[in-house]
Design a protein around this ligand. Structure first.
Ligand SMILES: Cc1cc2nc3c(=O)[nH]c(=O)nc-3n(C[C@H](O)[C@H](O)[C@H](O)COP(=O)(O)O)c2cc1C
Ligand code: SF4
Length: 412
């Protein structure tokens, strides 16, 4: 009897998400590429995503594009505005040449920011109070959002999604995880509001749902609208997988086309996000002193020696699967075609891949033609510190990014 061919695996079957059909079940998850110096998308950013598109994924996600200048976490972060459109169009054109789709992760950092706000006195968040990231940024207090702020920021998300459409993207991914603004509404660690947007999880999800609905109304017929959530905050006083399932259900009811299930918060629980501890070398390699300080602080607050294991978020993601029927992308420690097939057998619809595609851009093609069964990524997390190097994010086991290309605007 003939052996089954890898390309006949269910991992290579198409998947419909809203108005978009993905060619297979592999999505490149957003990984800050370190390729937008001063906010300008570079030619290296285009090359990074073109290589991944050519490598076989169904869709590649451009990491966090701020929907407004005050929504940035770092200065060297894309802001979705008229000036960024031609650069991003160069990127989507390059991705489409290889038959893949392009998604723009759209975000507002809220109080998770190192950029002093201009429109408000203090960085905005769900509630006022002490701002933990202020230890590094110097902005010690956060400001709870008023009704007018909610309206303004929802409109900024809509504008960001419209600009992404103008730039040729096929999807937008609204970032609701990892401790950014919408995640600050979801998490009891940041949300102590007493109005309709705080209290029970049904109320904490209300502002993220409002943003989703407005983005769907504005672009949902042409673009797939994806939400990335943390299924658990990874903190004893934060959301756990049961709340993650309730968030998923609320987003399904609001009409999201796909959820990407991540976990953890940048400040409180970074090891939950990556499934393993960070090496000491990361602190010494980081050029950005604020980030170096953040990493130094994290070593005291984070659990020590968390060892990576494949599919490290599977258990935390199962309740979201059980609670919904909509398309869900599993994320976290997918290393092999066998991992992908296991996740699909469990009822998830797709996988999102981070580090393994930084390590090897053509991993999906290598799975398909049987060249590789398992990624050679060692899950060492050292690519995280590479974000701040002149060549941008790359795997330490391969060639560094081209610094010259990274200094050249994409549309030049
Ligand atoms: C270098 C690097 C940068 C990242 N930047 C982002 C980001 O900008 N937005 C985001 O949602 N997740 C970001 N992540 C997290 C990944 O999307 C993903 O959640 C994480 O790497 C776990 O998935 P994996 O086990 O497939 O790597 C980043 C990860 C890495 C390694
Ligand atoms: S540096 Fe390379 S091997 Fe280490 S986690 Fe990142 S991609 Fe994997």
């Amino acid at each position: 009897m003939d052996q089954p061919r890898p390309q006949d695996s269910p991992a290579f079957a198409p998947l419909r998400i809203g108005p978009l059909t993905l060619r297979n079940r592999f999505i490149k998850s957003a990984t800050n590429e370190g390729s937008a110096k001063g906010g300008v998308p570079s030619r290296r950013l285009v090359k990074f995503h073109e290589d991944i598109a050519a490598g076989g994924v169904a869709m590649t996600t451009v990491a966090y594009c701020a929907v407004a200048p005050d929504g940035r976490t770092f200065v060297d972060q894309i802001t979705l505005d008229a000036a960024s459109v031609p650069h991003l169009r160069a990127l989507t054109t390059a991705v489409h040449r290889h038959g893949a789709a392009a998604s723009a992760q759209i975000t507002h950092g809220g109080c998770f920011t190192f950029v002093p706000p201009t429109a408000t006195r203090r960085p905005l968040s769900a509630s006022s109070g002490f701002n933990k990231v202020g230890i590094m940024s110097g902005q010690w207090l956060r400001q709870g959002m008023q009704e007018a702020d909610l309206e303004r920021i929802a409109a900024e998300f809509v504008r960001g999604a419209q600009l992404a459409r103008e730039a040729g993207f096929d999807a937008v991914e609204i970032h609701m995880g990892h401790g950014y603004l919408l995640s600050q509404f979801l998490s009891p660690l940041y949300n102590s509001r007493r109005d309709a947007y705080g209290g029970s999880i049904d109320r904490r999800v209300r502002f993220p749902v409002m943003v989703l609905q407005r983005v769907l109304d504005a672009v949902g017929k042409e673009l797939a609208v994806v939400c990335k959530i943390s299924v658990t905050d990874g903190h004893p006083r934060g959301n756990g997988p049961a709340e993650g399932a309730q968030i998923a259900r609320a987003l399904e009811a609001a009409g999201a086309h796909l959820l990407v299930l991540s976990a953890g918060l940048n400040i409180e629980s970074i090891t939950t996000m990556f499934g393993s501890s960070f090496p000491k070398e990361n602190r010494t390699r980081v050029g950005n002193p604020i980030v170096a300080a953040a990493m130094a602080i994290q070593q005291f607050t984070e659990p020590k020696n968390v060892k990576f294991h494949e599919l490290f978020q599977l258990e935390n993601s199962r309740p979201a699967r059980a609670a919904t029927r909509m398309p869900l992308a599993y994320l976290g420690g997918v290393k092999s075609l066998a991992n992908t097939e296991q996740v699909l057998r469990e009822g998830f619809d797709a996988v999102a891949l981070g580090r393994v595609l930084i390590h090897q851009a053509d991993l999906v093609n290598a799975f398909a033609d049987g060249r590789t069964g398992t990624s050679g990524c060692t899950s060492c997390n050292r690519c995280v510190a590479m974000m701040y190097t002149p060549g941008g994010t790359s795997c330490v086991l391969g060639e560094p990014g081209d610094a010259q290309l990274n200094a050249t605007p994409a549309a030049s």
